[in-house]
Design a protein around this ligand. Structure first.
Ligand SMILES: NC(=O)c1ccc[n+]([C@@H]2O[C@H](COP(=O)([O-])OP(=O)(O)OC[C@H]3O[C@@H](n4cnc5c(N)ncnc54)[C@H](O)[C@@H]3O)[C@@H](O)[C@H]2O)c1
Length: 322
């Protein structure tokens, strides 16, 4: 299969590109590392992704230019965008609009512009944040949207565009990812900040009181769901939750994380982030039924995996520094 992966210099995209190449697919990796929240990290990942056999890397800002080559694929996995609730307030709002909404509109138009029968299937990254805070049951895909931040609102708009394109004959599928973690996690995300602080011997920087809970989902499981969606014949425009079925409170996750690290939890609290859902909770019936997918990685195992990555990175940096 010829697969385009956008956002391939990013956390999830680099894992998806690796997995597709390892499975023998021809991968066209697309990114604009300068648009990343962490451009230095993205540039390093980009260089590594581009040197992988089976991967061709093309640097393109999708908000400006949607490559023709992109639409000539069998499947497009669209993971490029501006993630994060916190960074979407203030000046970040325009970036969320540009890199989520405008870039997706261009990409969908390029794919829909192909002759019928030669249009790619398009898997689009959405987010649990479209639901807002979950109540006393897991969120199902047909629950109404309730965006609580500019980031969430941009993803609701991305979903609307993908649903419209589906009505126009494009086979789109929306994957609503829930709090993804694991090796290469973005530096702005909670577990990344916690592990780095703990390894430095600093207190863990916690927004709020730690009672918020999340369907934390390991990136290995996320890649599994994404590849399954790329290969499946799903009803066009459908949304599928990609999240662990058991939410965990952030303070419990800190207990697990410091337990794996073998350190005493020390916390430095900061004010909660506006728009941060009090709870995310994935109903996974649809993913199980349509993709044969369930998250398999438990938090202790998954965090051990992420911690090992942070440690390996530190060793590499020490070697580089001589
Ligand atoms: N990580 C999570 O927990 C999570 C949860 C829900 C949804 N998502 C969504 O999944 C996708 C991937 O998330 P991630 O955590 O890997 O983020 P990431 O920031 O690591 O990766 C996104 C990549 O997109 C690229 N990009 C941004 N704007 C671009 C543009 N205009 N043109 C080309 N490339 C551009 C960036 O350079 C970056 O490498 C995003 O759409 C995000 O909103 C992520």
């Amino acid at each position: 299969m010829r697969v385009v992966v956008t956002g391939a210099a990013g956390f999830i995209g680099s894992h998806v590109a690796d997995a597709l190449a390892a499975a023998g697919h021809e991968v066209l990796a697309v990114d604009a590392p300068g648009r990343s929240l962490a451009p230095g990290v993205a540039r390093r990942t980009w260089a590594r992704v581009g040197s992988r056999p089976g991967v061709t890397a093309v640097e393109t800002d999708l908000a400006v230019d949607a490559l023709d080559a992109l639409a000539a694929a069998d499947v497009v996995v669209h993971l490029a965008g501006r993630p994060g609730v916190r960074s979407s307030w203030g000046p970040g709002r325009a970036a969320a609009e540009r890199d989520n909404v405008r870039a997706t509109a261009r990409l969908l138009a390029a794919c829909a512009g192909r002759p019928a029968g030669r249009r790619p299937r398009v898997v689009v990254a959405s987010s649990s944040s479209v639901y807002g805070s979950a109540g006393h049951r897991p969120n199902r895909e047909d629950d109404p949207p309730n965006p609580e931040s500019p980031y969430a609102a941009s993803k609701v708009e991305v979903e609307r565009l993908a649903a419209l394109a589906a009505r126009d004959g494009l086979r789109t599928v929306l994957l609503r990812y829930f709090s993804v973690y694991g090796p290469r996690q973005r530096p702005d995300m909670a577990f990344h900040r916690f592990v780095e602080a703990a390894l430095d011997g600093r207190p863990l920087p916690l927004f709020g009181d730690g009672r918020r809970s999340r369907s934390f989902t390991h990136v290995r499981d996320v890649v599994g769901a994404t590849l399954a969606a790329a290969a499946a014949d799903l009803p066009p425009g459908i949304a599928v939750n990609v999240g662990h079925h058991e939410p965990v409170a952030v303070r419990s996750a800190i207990g697990v994380l410091t337990g794996v690290l073998g350190v005493r939890p020390q916390i430095q609290r900061a004010a909660p982030v506006a728009g941060d859902a009090t709870r995310t909770w994935a109903d996974t019936e649809r993913a199980a039924r349509l993709l044969g997918w369930t998250a398999r990685t438990g938090l202790a195992e998954g965090l051990a995996d992420q911690i090992a990555w942070h440690r390996a990175l530190r060793v590499q940096e020490e070697v580089r520094a001589g």
